[in-house]
Design a binder for this molecule. Structure first.
Ligand SMILES: C[S@@+](CC[C@H](N)C(=O)[O-])C[C@H]1O[C@@H](n2cnc3c(N)ncnc32)[C@H](O)[C@@H]1O
Length: 220
């Protein structure tokens, strides 16, 4: 499917899939959404510890970049697994403006290394952040009790309903450690019910700009 770079309301770029009228991030602000959903509602639950994170949809690497930037502030040692079936190209990465918008040009080398790093290997990107990119379908995740936190950042249920089902959340529940969390920008009733059905405890939280609510699920 054809992908195009567009600018969101906070000035940060994202990728749009025209055919689906779907974006990699919110049109109301890619960076704003990423901080609100994944950092403030997820990562900030943890401080001064080792942390295993799974990202559902590595995409542009924005969530990985801001997580790496936060690792230092929160004194976290992070192993980050990013699963992605359809990697973004070097040309597309070159058109994104995250480092400039985040005032983080000093992270340029690390951001480039994240994208250039080989798949399926755990690679040190900084002293506090190791990255393992896995090129595969979300359905093929078989990890058991491995992650403290999942960033569930799949395309919306409108375009990929098969990724917001009991089957997928069962895979997520298995992959998460007891007491671990999953955060997502989604707030749909059917998504919440699928999470509850597999055994997650689910909270509705205030959503990022442009969305009333989002969901945070905990493995009991
Ligand atoms: C909303 S975007 C992710 C945005 C990403 N977190 C970022 O910060 O750029 C969803 C991602 O899921 C990937 N994807 C879609 N279907 C998939 C599948 N069945 N298995 C693995 N990856 C998939 C897409 O290629 C896309 O990169």
């Amino acid at each position: 499917m054809k992908r195009e770079i567009i600018t969101t309301a906070d000035g940060s770029k994202t990728i749009q899939i025209k055919e689906w009228n779907e974006q990699y991030h919110s049109k109301h602000g890619a960076i704003q959404e990423a901080y609100h959903v994944f950092i403030h509602s997820g990562l900030h639950l943890f401080k001064n510890c080792d942390l295993n994170i799974l990202e559902i949809g590595f995409g542009t690497g924005l969530n990985a970049l801001i997580t790496l930037m936060e690792a230092e502030h929160q004194n976290l040692s992070i192993d980050y697994t990013g699963v992605e079936a359809y990697p973004v190209s070097k040309e597309e990465i070159g058109q994104l403006n995250y480092l400039k918008e985040l005032n983080a040009l000093s992270f340029t080398k690390m951001f480039n290394e994240m994208h250039a790093s080989p798949w399926e290997e755990l690679i040190p990107i900084s002293p506090k952040f190791n990255l393992k990119k896995q090129q595969k379908d979300f359905k093929d995740i078989k990890d058991i009790a491995q992650y403290d936190l999942v960033y569930f950042d799949a395309f919306g249920a409108r375009v990929q309903p098969e990724l917001w089902t009991v089957d997928i959340f069962e895979i997520m529940l298995k992959a998460i450690k007891k007491g671990g969390y999953l955060v997502t920008y989604a707030a749909k009733g059917s998504v919440r019910r699928a999470m509850l059905e597999v055994g997650f405890l689910v909270e509705r939280l205030p959503g990022p700009p442009g969305k009333r609510e989002m969901l945070r699920a905990k493995k009991p």
